[in-house]
Write a protein that binds this ligand. Structure first.
Ligand SMILES: [Fe+2]
Length: 312
């Protein structure tokens, strides 16, 4: 299936300018240097402010009533991932009324939005071209609209289960790639071979490829499962930029080259578009993160359901 493999930064990265290497099961490698630093002080301040201001949480969540912007299920659910998240995106941000934006700007929101906006403009095209080399096909045509999500994570010790080691359950990201910034605290782990988890240094910036990259590249790019383990009593902050193909893109191997893995008939026919795939994945995320009830009552893991769709 999806071997582990994409993308961890080397352990000797200089702190100022981490070089992020894509490692793939093909012989080609590419790397990109990410010099940006996430504004962790601003992110911490934003979470602290929101943890103390239920009225601002309500205002922010009202801008995206469908799923909410800040997720606090971990406050009362021991079985969900023990973390808080703030989910932003260019689309969501445009819905935040000026008044709410202005009131949260001094509490870190301004700096956070600037960071993500600059990051996406500066690095997404470069990373897409590096990834295109590995994929053996040009990925940029499938990424015209910059379908992005910005996520802040607060692995906060004060949750429903302070002793839990589960910060974020094992999963593979759905999109093309994700850039993860960490505040120096370890906890992120990659699955190297099934069941073998390798810690990523807490100060490394990593780029992880996801399911969409696996499919579009015909299996030339692989995607690593990852998870976050908590250290009880220790706070850990991360910031993640997710890039996915445009919503109307059909998820099938691109270009003329033969896929190097065997995909399901549905994938080869182009039955699945990004929007539908995101819905299926989202249902599983919410199950893991918010413990949303599954209507069909089944207990299949997110990855096994996706593998069934992708590999047939
Ligand atoms: Fe992830």
């Amino acid at each position: 299936m999806s071997g582990a493999g994409p993308v961890a930064s080397p352990t000797t990265v200089p702190e100022q300018a981490p070089t992020v290497s894509f490692l793939s099961n093909s012989s080609t490698t590419a790397s990109v240097k990410i010099e940006a630093q996430a504004p962790f002080e601003a992110i911490r301040a934003l979470f602290d402010h929101l943890h103390a201001s239920p009225e601002d949480v309500a205002k922010l969540n009202a801008t995206y009533a469908h799923r909410g912007v800040i997720k606090t299920a971990a406050l009362h659910k021991t079985e969900s991932d023990q973390k808080f998240t703030i989910d932003l995106s260019p689309m969501r941000n445009s819905r935040i009324p000026q008044e709410v934006r202005d009131s949260l700007a001094p509490h870190g929101l301004g700096e956070v939005l600037d960071f993500f906006n600059n990051l996406s403009a500066e690095y997404v095209p470069t990373i897409l071209s590096s990834l295109s080399l590995l994929a053996g096909t040009d990925l940029s045509a499938a990424h015209k609209s910059y379908n992005m999500n910005y996520r802040l994570c607060d692995y906060n010790p004060h949750t429903a289960d302070p002793k839990s080691l589960n910060g974020c359950g094992a999963h593979t990201d759905y999109g093309t790639f994700s850039i993860i910034f960490q505040d120096g605290t370890s906890g992120l782990e990659l699955e190297e071979t099934p069941g073998t988890w390798v810690p990523v240094p807490g100060d490394a910036t990593v780029v992880l490829t996801g399911w969409c990259a696996v499919i579009l590249s015909g299996g030339r790019v692989s995607a690593a499962r990852h998870r976050v383990r908590r250290t009880p009593g220790m706070r850990r902050i991360s910031a993640v930029l997710f890039i996915a193909p445009d919503l109307d893109v059909k998820l099938q191997p691109l270009g003329d080259a033969q896929p190097i893995k065997s995909f399901s008939e549905g994938i080869m026919r182009g039955d699945l578009d990004v929007e539908t795939f995101k819905e299926v994945m989202g249902k599983r995320w919410r199950y893991r993160e918010d413990n949303e009830e599954m209507k069909d009552g089944d207990s299949m893991s997110q990855d096994s359901e996706i593998e069934k769709m992708v590999w047939g």
